[in-house]
Design a protein. Sequence first.
Length: 509
Amino acid sequence: MIGKYTALVGKPFMPPVYGLEPGDADCYLHNANQGERHTLDALKVADGYTQNQIPLGWMLVNDGYGCGYENLPETAKGLQDHNAQLGLWTQNGLDKLADQVKAGQRVAKLDVAWVGQGYGMALDACDDAKAGIENNSDARGFVWLPVSWAGAQRCGVLWSGDQSLSWDFVRWQIPTYAGATMSGIAYNTGDVGSIYRHDAKMYARDLQAKSFLPALMTMDGWATDLTTKKKINQQPWVDGEPYTSINRKYLQLRERLLPYLYTLSAEAAKTGVGSVRPLWLEYPDDPETLGANAKYEYLAGSDFLVAPVYEDSDTRNGIYLPKGTWTDYWTGRTYQGPTTVNGYHAPLDTLPLFVRGGSIVPMWPKGTTSWQTRDRSELDYDLYPQGTSTYTLYEDDGVTRKFTEGASATQQVRVQASTHGKARTTIKVGASVGSYEGKPTARSYRFTVHGKDAPSQAVMNGSHLQRLHSATALASAESGWYTDPATGITEIRTPSVSTGRDFTVELRN
């Protein structure tokens, strides 16, 4: 149904990879809330992201009514030095877009004036904004808009507008974004926390809830703290510890998961089905997925089940897990579905997060804070072996429109778990098929294999990999493997291998 509908009104657009990274929005020039500032002051905020090791993909530097801008080329260059892109907000005009894009703009956000006169005006503006970026650069258009109708998914991210802040708002947004996928809207999100009110705990919980959405943005410069009654910005570090570390934890996890999220974006562009899904979409024969418990959780792709905490509590009740094996991402505990989990311990730093048995999850290396500075010589996979499963990774240059001409690559990974014979788990990585500018010719792989039984051998293409005695030793080794006796998780690091060849790794017991 979603595929046919989006075939009629337009498939979801393919975003640039920086569009999946966190965004930041504020008004810097002529800001009544903050006092007189200058557009280049945005770079001080970008400094904060860099200093706090928090990913930042783009910034809107004039997000507010009557807010101007100046020094665009210098601002764009300064943001690019922080691995971020320049975005601009427009209330009612796009006539300057060509010059702005030539100065470095790569993100456009529309506002209420574009939807005041209805469907045609809103959709035309979205199409025009996307085209304005693409006609004046080699970039993909990346557009945000507050509301639209059929077809908006072909050109923009729908943003849910100026929300207030309460635990109810944290809760209400969960089915909103999951349900949007059922209307063919692949990219739907809201401001982290809200716009006008701020609370450190609710901000952290809302950020966790949105960390697996395909897009997210922090709206700064408008909020009042609910406790102090003072104005406060809303960058992820403003509340200090422990909140800074908690927010960093989830934004860095999201950054590592960008290969997974980016592949889901490529799938959405083909099928129309967004990455954030209500449980019913993947389990249509299970009536409990339409029940009250499943309403306040969502799937990210088919592999992650996210059950956000939406009240002032360190316990989450009513987590519904459909059929299959589900592994707690943090503890490794497994559950057999269908089942409902009550009394789940979820202190402020814990988002209830579960991974489906058989999942194969691509990740960038630990410590990645930007798609531009990631270690391209290594690709990680989180594996949850169960029976036989396959995954196909999608890659392209991440920013240009050359993918529409075929400049992209796919690589299939197959994992087979066996309960008899010598081979307990077999990982087969196929050759990367296709090409694009910047594609690595070789890379090493790090596999994290979740299971309870430690293997006695790890063999790659018939040759034994060295068994190491600590995670530290593995981190500094060119290749090898190590099993953590406390968790049973096995980590394998391969030597650098050509992306044009396949290879096999076996864990034997």
